[in-house]
Design a binder for this molecule. Sequence first.
Ligand SMILES: [Zn+2]
Length: 292
Amino acid sequence: MKIIDAHNHPDWHSHNLDKFLANMDRYGIEKTWILSWECGPHEYSPEYAQVIPSEVLGSREGPIPFTRCLSYKERAPERFVLGYCPDPRKPDAAKRLQAAHEIYGAQVCGEFKCRMMYDDPDVILLFRLAGELGMPVTFHLQYDFRKTSSDPWTEWWGGTIDSLERLLQACPDTRFLGHAPGFWIHISGDDLYKTIQYPPDNAPVLPGGRTVELLEKYPNLYCDISAGSGCRALKRDPDFARKFLTEYQDRVLYARDYFDNQHQEFLNSLGLPESVLRKIYALNAEKLTAGA
Ligand SMILES: [Zn+2]
């Protein structure tokens, strides 16, 4: 079965290009969406220095510069789909996105991960352009309001699920891929999102989750199941996961954001029809980048 990893990064978690390609081969992954990450240097925790190269931490275009994505794409063009999302607060963000698309063939606008509200006017303008260019947008939504004096660093990216809804409303012609704890914790209609970022094991998914509601209301919303957030949201209730993946089989994408195999192991354990797995593993990703 053809497999596309719709979310990963260059030089990420101790992987250079050779290790990256060997890891893809090991897990049968034909292509990877190779995504950048741009935000202000004061916006991310110093702990990220462990997972991205230290020289890149000083980059003005980081923490994961587009130039590193481009380097992977140029050295192994058949194995990567190029992604780039400029920081929308840069006055020339739209020009940068357009140039990356026209000159280097960037097909995906991602990863978008900035410490700002996602219904900000600059975000809306940039992602309307992404829609015009046929580039799907992969965003990272996360919030954690447990801050205490002993926990000085609090990550938040995007604001709330409500700011996401306003963004979806403002950009009906742009296709968005939801990712990260703040997106996936809302798969269930419970109050866990108020206190934790990742659900406990075996926490049943209750009806009324905002993520499901947004999928129902906005046909331009898709799901990126990468990382612990996506995997745990599905694993917490396998019966629900089977129904969810069947219901939204045309809008869920296999993705990792890391180098492990937990998503394949889980997906393959559910007994889903092969036709559904084919879409999740590759066809939906190909469909999303077909016009870009
Ligand atoms: Zn992310």
